[in-house]
Ligand binder design. Structure first.
Ligand code: GLN
Ligand code: ZN
Length: 757
């Protein structure tokens, strides 16, 4: 069996690519130095793969910014709004597409999440009638280099169907571009073929419902052309992020020499795949999870591999990572501070390469010692008293149906919340206020141990005081404490919950040069102590207006962490929900009777097919309800969500049964409001009236007009006025006048509505 990975993280063990890019952008680094850093990283990553015993090293996985953008440049699909950049040097033009061109006032390509991962790609924009002039793809040069250096490269490209499926076109004509796209791919494939045995074409869109109904004939035709361009070498059609489902036959019969399937996300597809695989097509089993940080459970995986080998023979089976290792950090040996029972069960990209060789050993040479050791390590880790907390398990098993419901239905709750005495169109914010350099310094000093706790508390209290004063002066109706103590809305809670740990270097690329270091959920989750009460109570002590308690919801905490893989995600989510529920109830007991539970990630955590999405939404909504329902009718529960395309899941959002939801919507306002016309939503809604992602200060009239428009879709009794997300990335000089205008807009519209409800 040959072994390979679908891709290695580009960013580098010490985030070298990040540093090189950022210095280049600042002008402190020449294009040559940038290229040199990149070449060193590529070589290092190839050596890691070769030393791990993999048969191929991956090329075309390394991108200066983004692989969707690399294909865009290969196709020459430059949107016309970038025409002024066309004459620039290719590197400058590349970065203008990625980051915008401030000098010429051209906004960057839009960015969005790569399927259900936390990686963001740049969205191609396709305008009808605009001619494309094919350009270069770095994979060709990189593959030649790898070959010259004595590696056995396996070049990779994002496939034409996935690229087009993710592109946006105003007039829906994007698929007509296929005939122009295929020959460009064919040319690149033809120039790669002499340097390699096989070429990886990635079509994760095959595991989703993104491809149009009539794709099959086009797909067969295009892939016939691509296969013909291979010059006797093989194409590896790589599918991932789910089982192939309805596209199984199409993928299995593509004529490509190798089909790669994701056995982590779709282990049950094996029999179907074996059944449908045509002729002498080889099968690559994606058995090592590219989306997580845990060692492979060989006991589970080996039987799948053996089954494929017995059906196809070992020379028709390859072992690979489920998807690119882009989504996991680089090297676990850089983690020196984690308890052994946790680091023992971890495998980052470097370790995952070695796991593939080990799996081959186990299957081909019957290396029982390795198999037994793997089981022993994983069992010990899962049973470690920090990982399995009996009290948590007992509490979970005693969760009853009634804990998922508020005491009364919304109309009664609404009446019970009249004590809030809010005006019509109440104004509020989403939680965070500008995180000034002073706030960051304070938190850093505390983290480093340079500031005594009492001093830290006093400093944060001063920030809270300042924030409350400003909100009172602005005249907001429901106040917040401003979140000065929080570096990140998930990390803040993870640091205070049992079952979480934090890596020192577990960075994962989010987009371009940006990386995130997600918290790790390794064990049963429980609340050790109240997490927010003191800050919120302090804030409330400074004002007679209601202050909203501010919590992150269970689904969001789950989605933005690396989650243990020895327990169902739904179970882990329930554990987090109970911890949040405790906090909600403590807030209520302390007299905080407006509580917001943010579920920023609810939509993005959705699996890629409707059947799976439904299962997910059911437990996700239940987790939110478990977290939020343990309060009196008179306590008002808010939630906040940050995404725009949620029309399809509005009924699920309604099932969350929050009293008030605020939604990011200023960029796709009409769509959002239409959804409220079509679906009768009972509760109160705050569709964001201004985009906090931009420094622009919207005018009073602009926001008043948005409110008037919103009132055509949402009854006045149900409408709230707020920005579309938290203000932490803004400066006070932007946030304050924007909020002033927002409040004036609310007043202006209130006047036309007459008296309060
Ligand atoms: N309460 C959080 C904030 O205001 C919400 C952030 C988010 O939705 N991403 O920062
Ligand atoms: Zn938000």
């Amino acid at each position: 069996m040959k072994t390979h990975i679908l891709g290695f993280p580009s960013i580098g063990k010490q985030r070298e690519l990040k540093q090189a890019l950022e210095s280049f952008w600042k002008g402190g680094f020449s294009a040559d130095s940038l290229a040199e850093t990149c070449t060193e990283l590529k070589k290092r990553h190839w050596r890691i793969q070769k030393n791990a015993g993999l048969d191929y090293v991956s090329t075309g996985d390394f991108s200066l910014y983004d692989r969707m953008l690399d294909i865009l440049c290969m196709l020459g699909a430059i949107p016309p709004r970038f025409a002024p950049c066309l004459a620039d040097a290719p590197l400058e033009r590349y970065f203008s597409l990625a980051r915008g061109d401030a000098g010429r006032n051209i906004a960057a390509l839009e960015m969005t999440k790569w399927f259900d991962s936390n990686y963001h790609y740049l969205v191609p924009e396709i305008d009808a009638g605009v001619p494309w002039t094919a350009g270069l793809h770095p994979v060709v040069e990189d593959t030649r280099l790898a070959k010259r250096l004595g590696f056995s490269p396996k070049p990779s490209l994002i496939g034409p169907f996935t690229w087009l499926a993710l592109a946006k076109s105003q007039d829906g004509t994007k698929w007509s571009r296929l005939d122009a796209v295929t020959p460009v791919y064919a040319d690149v494939i033809a120039s790669l073929a002499p340097c390699c045995d096989c070429i990886q074409i990635e079509e994760p869109a095959l595991c989703t419902e993104l491809l149009p109904e009539d794709t099959a004939p086009r797909f067969r035709k295009a892939y016939a052309e691509l296969n013909a361009a291979c010059g006797g070498k093989k194409l590896m059609l790589a599918t991932y992020f789910g089982p192939l489902g309805r596209n199984l036959e199409l993928a299995a019969g593509s004529g490509c020499g190798i089909l790669h399937v994701d056995m982590v996300r779709g282990p049950k597809q094996l029999e179907g795949v074996l059944d449908k695989l045509s002729g002498d097509t080889a099968l690559s089993l994606g058995v090592v999870d590219g989306r997580n940080i845990w060692k492979t459970d060989c006991q589970k995986t080996v039987p799948l591999i053996k089954r494929a080998v017995s059906a196809l023979g070992s020379d028709r089976v390859l072992l690979g990572s489920s998807c690119s290792l882009l989504h996991c950090p680089v090297d676990v040996t850089a983690e020196t501070a984690l308890p052994e029972h946790i680091s023992n069960r971890m495998a980052f990209a470097v370790q995952k390469c070695a796991e593939l060789s080990a799996l081959r050993e186990i299957v081909e040479r019957g290396n029982h010692a390795a198999l037994n050791e793997n089981s022993a390590v994983l069992r010990a880790a899962a049973e470690h008293p920090d990982s399995r907390v009996e009290a948590v398990r007992e509490r979970i098993s005693s969760v009853t149906e009634s804990m998922l419901s508020r005491q009364s239905a919304y109309p009664e709750r609404h009446a019970a919340q009249a004590w809030l005495n809010l005006p019509v169109l109440p104004t509020t914010t989403i939680g965070s206020f500008p995180q000034t350099p002073a706030i960051r310094r304070t938190r850093l000093a505390c983290k480093r141990g340079d500031m005594p706790e009492a001093e830290y508390i006093a400093a944060i209290r001063r920030e809270i005081q300042d924030c409350i004063r400003k909100q009172e002066k602005l005249g907001l109706d429901v106040l917040v404490h401003g979140e000065a103590e929080r570096n990140d809305m998930v990390e803040y809670f993870g640091q205070q919950l049992g079952g979480f740990c934090f890596t020192q270097n577990g960075w994962v690329q989010s987009y371009g040069s940006r990386c995130v270091k997600p918290p790790v959920i390794y064990g049963d989750v429980y609340r050790k102590h109240p997490m927010t009460i003191d800050w919120i109570l302090y804030a409330q002590s400074l004002t007679r207006k209601p202050v909203k308690g501010m919590l992150t919801g269970p689904v969001t905490i789950l989605c933005w962490s690396f989650v243990r893989d020895d327990l169902e995600r739904s179970e882990v989510c329930k554990q987090i929900a109970l911890a949040v529920r405790d906090e909600v109830q403590d807030l209520e007991k302390a007299g905080i009777r407006v509580i917001q539970i943010d579920e920023a990630a609810l939509r993005e955590g959705m699996p890629l097919t409707s059947a799976e999405a439904e299962i997910y939404l059911r437990w996700a909504v239940d987790s939110f309800r478990l977290a939020s329902s343990g309060v009196a009718d008179s306590t008002q529960i808010h939630t906040h969500m940050c995404y725009s395309e949620f029309n399809a899941i509005l009924p699920w959002i309604a099932k969350m049964d929050a009293d008030v939801i605020s939604i990011e919507s200023s960029r796709s306002r009409m769509e959002l409001l239409d959804a409220f016309t079509e679906f009768h939503y009972q509760g109160e809604v705050g569709p964001g009236v201004y985009d906090i992602h931009s420094p622009r200060i919207p005018s009073v009239e602009e926001m008043a007009e948005l409110l008037r428009r919103a009132l055509r879709h949402i009854p006045k009794e149900q409408l709230w006025v707020n920005p579309d997300c938290g203000l932490k990335t803004r400066q006070w000089a932007e946030a304050y006048p924007a909020l002033e205008n927002m409040i004036s807009a609310a007043l202006r519209v209130r006047e036309t509505l007459g008296s309060a409800v």
